[in-house]
Every structure is written in structure tokens, then in C-alpha cells.
Design a protein around this ligand. Structure first.
Ligand code: GDP
Ligand code: MG
Length: 297
């Protein structure tokens, strides 16, 4: 029998905070996208490639589709929407805890307009009684011709094997897009900045997480020893936010730095020397030039 390879782009879409980035990391068994309990964490499309002997799935983790309030938000939604049009398969992520909400309906409209093959993935089944799954599936079935409905828990790993198997099943026949060794389209500098942002997000509240951007200014390997030097700047929008991130006697900056260093050492397998600065970049989320400087536009 002829052995035909399958390949394709799989866009992971859904409202903010349903677990899109967690699902990508779980499928790849590697952290390529950061995760947080705060909505709108992912700001750019992030590619993750899963290659087996029979197939290659190129996943695109997208910023959550939502009603944007600022220039940054509308750029994020555009990135998510554009990934729908480039996709061979859509993974529409919902969470069992909240059912189908207004934000989900907005995304359902995009899915309908695209007419693309789509799988509905119901995440976070570890959190509530599974009795809600069937009514949710009925609601989804009435709204679009989904190929499948797959309940999972990205955190616990439940349902992931079935999900992967189904994704490969629905991919079209085609050649490899990327070499086997390639896992993401982002470089180490991006990942390092994201890891630092993840820690800063985890330690702050209210409006502060949204006002945080991180740039790695320098990342270099020392010649003699296996040591990675990383200099990074955390940008916020106001002086008051800078005060929070630095903290009393620099407590907060120190905490962010320690947690980041531990994760960076794990990710890069090297000893890391990390230096972090906190700076104010007034209202950067509204300013096209600042967004460009931060690599977000
Ligand atoms: P995204 O905005 O859709 O990319 O969502 P994230 O991947 O950043 O996850 C948002 C939050 O949901 C984080 O706190 C995750 O730890 C949590 N989360 C993701 N998947 C699951 C799951 O299967 N079960 C539970 N209980 N929490 C989850
Ligand atoms: Mg995300």
C-alpha cells in the first residue's frame, strides 16, 4: 500500500483563558507558549510543530479573540483571525466551566464564515462535573458542522492522545513544511522574554499584567563556561506600575528574577545570569511606535 504523508496548519482558536497555550504545550510536551490565569496573555501567533513518521501538524497558538479596547488588543485579534484563513484545520477551544458564551459565539461566527474543517475541543473537564459535556456538545452541534467534539483536560493530560490522533486523521495529505528538529518559529530571545513576562504576570494583579512588556536586550553564552548571560527590560505604562514591579526595597523585582532564572535554566539547560531593569514606556499599548519597538506590531 502507498504510504502517504500528511501535513497541515492547525489553528488553535478560542476566547481568552480557555487554555489554548496550555494545550499547545501539552501536545508538544514542551513549553513554547507561556500560560497565565490572566486573560490576554498570548500576544502573538506562536507556532508549534509536531512531527511523527506519518504526519506533521503545524499548530498556531493565537491570542484569544475578544472585543479589543486598545491598539494592542485589536492587533492581537487580527493575528488570531488571520490564522483562521491560513489553517487546514481549526481547533475551537471552549471550557466546560463556562459553556457557550457571547465571546464564544463571536468566534463561532468567524468559524462559520471560514467554512473550514473544525474540531471542537472542550477543555478543563477536570474542574467540574462531566454532566455538562453532553448539553454543551448538543449546543455546538446545532451551530456548526464540527468534525468532532473532544473533551480534554490539558493540565491533567486527559483526552490528549485522542485529540492528537484525530488531528492527524483530519490533516490533508502533503509534504513536510519544516525539518523534524524545528519545534517553534520563535527564537530563544523571544522565549526568554516570554518566560520573564510569565513570572511578572503571575505576581501582579488588576491592570498591571496587561501593562507589562518584556524585551531581552542581550543574550550571550560565555566562552569558557556553560553560562548564559541575559539582560532584560520590563516595560510598564506608568510610574505607579514601575513601583509595583520593583517592589519595596526591590523585593518584587528580585522575586521575578529568581523565578525567571529557575525556569530559564530549565528551558535552556544552562546556568543563567539574569539582570532585569524596569522602565516606563508611557501608554505603549496605544502607541504604534512603541508596539513596533516591542516587536508587537
Ligand atoms: P489561553 O489564554 O487560552 O492561552 O489560556 P492559558 O493556556 O494561558 O490558560 C489559562 C488558565 O487556564 C491557566 O491558569 C491554566 O493553568 C488554566 N488551564 C488550562 N487548561 C486547563 C485544564 O485542563 N484544567 C484546568 N483546571 N485549568 C486549565
Ligand atoms: Mg495563550
Amino acid at each position: 500500500m502507498e504510504n502517504r504523508f500528511k501535513s497541515g496548519f492547525v489553528s488553535i482558536i478560542g476566547k481568552p483563558n480557555v487554555g489554548k497555550s496550555t494545550i499547545l504545550n501539552a501536545i508538544l510536551a514542551k513549553k513554547v507558549a507561556i500560560v497565565s490565569s490572566k486573560p490576554e496573555t498570548t500576544r502573538d501567533n506562536i507556532m508549534g510543530v509536531l512531527t511523527t513518521k506519518e504526519a506533521q501538524a503545524v499548530f498556531i497558538d493565537t491570542p484569544g479573540i475578544h472585543k479589543p479596547h486598545q491598539l494592542l488588543g485589536s492587533l492581537m485579534v487580527k493575528k488570531a483571525e488571520s490564522s483562521i484563513f491560513d489553517a487546514d484545520l481549526l481547533l475551537f477551544i471552549l471550557e466546560l466551566t463556562s459553556g457557550i458564551r457571547e465571546d464564544d459565539r463571536i468566534i463561532l461566527e468567524r468559524v462559520k464564515e471560514s467554512g473550514k474543517p473544525a474540531v471542537a475541543v472542550i477543555n478543563k473537564i477536570d474542574m467540574v462535573s462531566k454532566a455538562g459535556i453532553l448539553p454543551l456538545i448538543d449546543g455546538l452541534r446545532a451551530s456548526y458542522g464540527f468534525l468532532d467534539f473532544i473533551p480534554i483536560s490539558a493540565v491533567k493530560g486527559d483526552g490528549l492522545d485522542i485529540l492528537k490522533q484525530k488531528i492527524f486523521e483530519y490533516l490533508p495529505f502533503g509534504e513536510k513544511y519544516f525539518p523534524d528538529s524545528q519545534i517553534t518559529d520563535k527564537d530563544d530571545t523571544f522565549l526568554a522574554a516570554e518566560i520573564i513576562r510569565e513570572k511578572a504576570l503571575a505576581l501582579t494583579r488588576h491592570e498591571v499584567p496587561h501593562a507589562i512588556a518584556v524585551v531581552v536586550d542581550r543574550m550571550s553564552l560565555r566562552d569558557i563556561k556553560d553560562i548564559l548571560d541575559i539582560d532584560a527590560t520590563i516595560y510598564v505604562e506608568r510610574d505607579s506600575q514601575k513601583g509595583i514591579l520593583v517592589g519595596r526595597k526591590g523585593d518584587m523585582a528580585k522575586q521575578i528574577s529568581t523565578l525567571s532564572r529557575q525556569d530559564l535554566e530549565k528551558r535552556f539547560g544552562k546556568k543563567v545570569f539574569l539582570r532585569i531593569w524596569v522602565k516606563v514606556l508611557k501608554n505603549w499599548r496605544k502607541d504604534p511606535n512603541s508596539l513596533k519597538m516591542l516587536g508587537l506590531a
